[in-house]
Design a protein around this ligand. Structure first.
Ligand code: LMR
Length: 400
């Protein structure tokens, strides 16, 4: 019966890992997926996660019952506080509702479906470029995507004027997707002053901001600083949505733990929104898994664990920054043609190298370096041992 089913393409990001795993070369390097690696090139389970997990497993009162449709209540509360700040007026005034979802993707998907069902506009404006999955998530929720200018290849920085023009000409009331920090794939974020202008424009046009916060703590190493744009939007009294992921900042990739928060106009609206979110979630996956949420709950609620987490988080962010400098220095030393200062200027997990598709294919074929076709590299996959191999490959790719 499935005779007519065509072979589907591999995912542009996760498919890179599939190709990498098939390669037997000893010097192969995976700079595709945004997943943190240690200096030894190994996945990292944070020490605070191990400690929290050990306590959960030892606790005989923790069972494997279903969670409520919207997840673990304390996890939801703590997640909203983490991104918005505990003293956020919207939280104090009880105008928020948070549901536990399946990491960032699941939170965006539930948000998309809610917008598709309940909002008067079913178009979302997303940055060009953006994380590839955004293009697929929203249409499946009944929301079509349009792009706003974001990245300027000439400067390898933000096309702020283009962004402002496009948001200005987007309809009033439109939904606008914003990367909270460490924009994926470009590593280019607005400055605080630019954020302020973006906020004013979006509010003046009564547009609805939908923040994707996948890297809180990864951009600057500070959870609070990375949350500043989101908090400024929440602080002005307006409405918004936020999708949070704990994949990167707590290294809980495979636990699929995240949260979707609605900042609403009143407590009454927030309650009704929550009731409708339950109707979206129940037929989609019924209720979320408990284990990852309990780990997050433990880290966010325990003073010592939280404090130790911030140290580990800063350690990951700093190692990535060190790798940026090592790669930049290596290219400079080689005299590789081109401007490479964007490697140290861009922030977060990724560098948008500016390498084109042919160069990427060449580097994979000749140097066994795996990256997405758009020239994005995950800086977290670099270490002192492989950074020179990458510099050599880039040099060969641009000089051949
Ligand atoms: C990435 O962009 O590499 C990560 O967000 C992983 C993913 O799911 O695509």
């Amino acid at each position: 019966v499935w005779q007519g089913v065509e072979q589907g393409p591999e995912d542009p990001i996760l498919g890179v890992t599939v190709a990498f795993n098939k390669d037997n070369h000893p010097d192969k390097v995976n700079l595709g997926v945004g997943a943190y690696r240690t200096e030894e090139g190994k996945p990292l389970v944070l020490d605070v996660v191990r400690r929290a997990e050990a306590a959960i497993v030892a606790d005989r009162s923790v069972n494997k019952e279903y969670l409520p449709i919207i997840g673990l209540a304390s996890f939801c509360k703590l997640s909203a506080q983490l991104i918005l700040g505990a003293d956020c007026p919207a939280i104090v005034e009880k105008r928020t509702t948070t549901v536990q979802c399946l990491s960032g993707t699941g939170s965006l998907r539930v948000g998309a479906e809610f917008i598709g069902k309940h909002y008067h506009q079913t178009i979302i404006y997303i940055p060009d470029p953006t994380w590839g999955n955004h293009n697929k998530i929203f249409p499946l929720g009944g929301v079509s995507v349009r792009k706003y200018r974001y990245y300027d290849p000439a400067t390898r920085g933000l096309d702020f004027q283009g962004m402002m023009e496009d948001l200005h000409s987007a309809p009033s009331g439109a939904v606008v997707l914003l990367h909270a920090c460490a924009h994926n794939p470009t590593g280019v974020d607005p400055t605080p002053e630019q954020w302020e202008q973006i906020r004013r424009l979006i509010r003046s046009k009564k547009q609805l901001p939908f923040f994707d916060s996948a890297y809180q703590g990864f951009a600057s190493g500070s959870l609070d600083r990375d949350a500043a744009p989101v908090r400024s939007f929440a602080g002005d009294g307006g409405e918004m949505l936020i999708a949070q992921s704990y994949a990167k900042n707590l290294g809980l990739y495979g636990e699929r733990v995240g949260a979707l928060t609605f900042v609403c106009g009143s407590p009454d609206v927030a309650k009704r929104v929550e009731s409708q979110l339950k109707l979206v979630i129940r037929p989609m996956y019924s209720n979320p898994p408990g284990h990852g949420a309990r780990i997050v709950e433990a880290v966010l609620s325990d003073k010592q664990l939280f404090q130790d987490w911030t140290v580990e988080l800063k350690g990951m962010a700093d190692r990535i920054i060190t790798m940026r400098h090592k790669l930049f220095d290596a290219l400079k030393q080689k005299g590789t043609p081109g401007r490479w200062s964007h490697i140290v200027k861009q922030i977060g997990m990724f560098t948008f190298t500016g390498l084109n598709k042919d160069q990427v294919v060449f580097m994979t074929k000749e140097y066994h370096i795996y990256m997405t076709a758009d020239g994005r590299i995950s800086m977290a996959g670099l270490n002192s041992k492989n950074v020179h191999h990458l510099a050599e490959a880039i040099h060969a790719a641009v000089t051949r």
